[in-house]
Design a protein around this ligand. Structure first.
Ligand code: G3P
Ligand code: CA
Length: 243
C-alpha cells in the first residue's frame, strides 16, 4: 500500500508549499498531492482555497492576483512562526521539486464557474512534464479529466469524489479515468471489491489515524491520502507492509 502526502504533509507543515512537499518526501511518500488554480495572468499556482485569506492573510481570490503577487505572500506564518516566509509555488516549481522522488498528484480546483482558459494554459505544462514523469491528474470537476485525457494520452487521471456513489466505476468509465480517489467515508467493501474487479486503483483520502490505516490496509486499497505521511510510513514499516 502506497502513501499519498496530502497537500504535501499538511499535518507537519504549511500545506501546498515546498517545505510541505519536503516533509512528505522525507516521510517516504510515494505520491505528493497538491491543488492548482489559474491566476489572473494565466499562470498555474499551487493553492487549495479559492480565497487567499486562510493561508496568506490576503483578502481576495487567487483569480484576482498575478502569480508574482501571490508568490510575494507569506504562506507559512499562519501555520507556525517556524515556517514564516514560505511561498506558494507555481505548478512548474512544484513538479521540479517533486519529480523524480515521488509521483505528483495534481488536483485541479475549478472555481465557481468553469474557466476554459485553465485547460488551455495547463495542458502544455502537463504535456512537457509527462515526458519526464508519470503524472496523476485528479479533480472533483470530472469533465476536465475527460478533456485532458483526450488531449494527453500518457497522463493518468482519477475521479475525485466525496459522496457515496453507488457505482463510481460508471463515473470513471464515462470520463475515461484510470483510477478513483474517494473520500474515505464514501466507500464500503462491496464498492472496493467491484472497483478492484474492474481494475481501478483505489486511493481513499484523508486518513490520519492508525485505526483507520488498519481498516484500509485490510480492505486492500492501493494507497492512502494522509496529512501525516510520517505516521503512515511508520505504521507500514511496523506492519511489514510492502509498498
Ligand atoms: O486528494 C484529495 C483531497 O485533496 C481532496 O480534498 O479539499 O483536500 O482538496 P481537498
Ligand atoms: Ca486536494
Amino acid at each position: 500500500m502506497k502513501i499519498i502526502g496530502h497537500r504535501g504533509a499538511r499535518g507537519l507543515a504549511p500545506e501546498n508549499t515546498l517545505i510541505s512537499f519536503k516533509k512528505g518526501l522525507e516521510s517516504n511518500a510515494d505520491y505528493i498531492e497538491f491543488d492548482i488554480q489559474l491566476t489572473k495572468d494565466n499562470k498555474v499556482a499551487v493553492i487549495h482555497d479559492y480565497s487567499l485569506q486562510r493561508t496568506t492573510g490576503i483578502n481576495g481570490l487567487v483569480s484576482e492576483f498575478t502569480l508574482a503577487e501571490i508568490k510575494k505572500a507569506d504562506a507559512g506564518a499562519w501555520f507556525s512562526e517556524e515556517f514564516r516566509g514560505q511561498q506558494l509555488p507555481s505548478l512548474e516549481e512544484a513538479l521540479d521539486f517533486i519529480i523524480p522522488k515521488a509521483i505528483p498528484v495534481i488536483e485541479i480546483k475549478m472555481s465557481y464557474f468553469y474557466n476554459p482558459d485553465f485547460k488551455k494554459y495547463l495542458t502544455p505544462i502537463l504535456e512537457e512534464y509527462s515526458k519526464k514523469s508519470h503524472l496523476i491528474v485528479i479533480s472533483f470537476f470530472h469533465p476536465i479529466l475527460k478533456e485532458l485525457k483526450n488531449d494527453l494520452k500518457n497522463i493518468e487521471t482519477a475521479v475525485l469524489y466525496n459522496s457515496a456513489l453507488t457505482a463510481p466505476w460508471q463515473v470513471a468509465e464515462s470520463v475515461k479515468a484510470d483510477a478513483v480517489h474517494p473520500r474515505a467515508d464514501s466507500i464500503n467493501m462491496d464498492i472496493i471489491n467491484e472497483l478492484k474487479k474492474r481494475g481501478y486503483p483505489i486511493r481513499p483520502w484523508v486518513i490520519n489515524t492508525e485505526k483507520e490505516f488498519k481498516i484500509f490496509l485490510d480492505a486492500g486499497v492501493d494507497a492512502l491520502g494522509t496529512d501525516f505521511p510520517n505516521i503512515l510510513n511508520e505504521f507500514l514499516s511496523q506492519n511489514n507492509v510492502s509498498k
